[in-house]
Design a protein around this ligand. Sequence first.
Ligand code: NAD
Ligand code: MG
Length: 334
Amino acid sequence: MMNEEHKLSRRQVISGLGASLAVAAVGPVFGAEAGAAGAAADPLEDPTKKYPRPPFKSQQQPWPGLAGQMDPKPDHGEKSYKGSGRLKGRKALITGGDSGMGRAAAIAYAREGADVAINYLPAEEADAREVIALIKAAGQKGVAIPGDLRDEAFCKKLVEETVRQLGGLDIVVSNAARQQTRKSILELTTEDFDATMKTNIYAPFWIIKAALPHLKPGSAIIGTTSEQATDPSEDLYDYAQTKAATTNYVRSLAKQLAPKGIRVNGVAPGPIWTPLQVSGGATQEKLVKFGGDTPMMRPGQPVELASIYVQLADPQASYATGQVYGAAGGKGLP
Ligand code: NAD
Ligand code: MG
């Protein structure tokens, strides 16, 4: 009996395989004849030549900076990211969703079928408006909730407002951060240190705590950490240790929440072309050569990490928790 079933299923598998091979064989021909869009493969692209390389123009913006005023403008996938329904019906909150990695994630999530709420600072309204328009153009709900994450009461309000406006919450991307270069620890004031800790360590703590009662099994939490967590720069004394803390909370919380069916993962970017770097995150000296010391010889663009944020939120990645996925152009550890 079991043998019969086994044979039957083997036969079915083989005939199924034959059928799909047949489809594969005629697929391209049919596609060419019909002129179907997307039938042709995307051409291979050399990743070292895909995006701008240093030297970059020296440029400085007041913190927190705007993507729209960078030269060259970062690529967040506005024209390139293609979705395939991987996050259909999901409801996501992304902090720092106006620019950089947060914006790339917001565009990708919307095109994968998710409704998205973004948080940002009021000074970033111009960038945020573009993101909301892109989310809506993807046919999804886009909610803008500006406010300062250094305030615990605001973090709680942010989560409640997201849940109210989206009708739930199942993906939390804690991505906002403060990075200000200081040559010496002697130049780092207590106010500076405090602002970095509040933004990068306290805010995720407050937001995740507020979000947890709303997260059902199958939900995902994603933190943006950095290669700085394991390979800290001499001029990022405060920032680098917050990223070590981020990598650490991802691993701790993943263990704590796995039995509840909630996954917690991190993304660790290398040098990426974002406003954070031109608004005090890097020295001008570092900026003109930005990313040139990676094996790829260029910085990454936010869009190059979009698929990682999607992957970690995708229910198909159900066994991945406590992981940190990197993208650093060949340099750095996750
Ligand atoms: P970004 O400037 O585009 O994004 C950072 C965002 O943080 C800002 O848009 C802003 O909205 C938000 N933010 C900062 N302080 C805030 C506050 N007090 N209240 C509310 N929002 C606040 O830069 P990015 O590089 O895309 O940064 C996103 C994440 O990537 C950060 O966690 C950063 O540490 C991380 N990262 C960046 C790089 C890089 O090279 N750009 C490398 C490794 C990690
Ligand atoms: Mg911004």
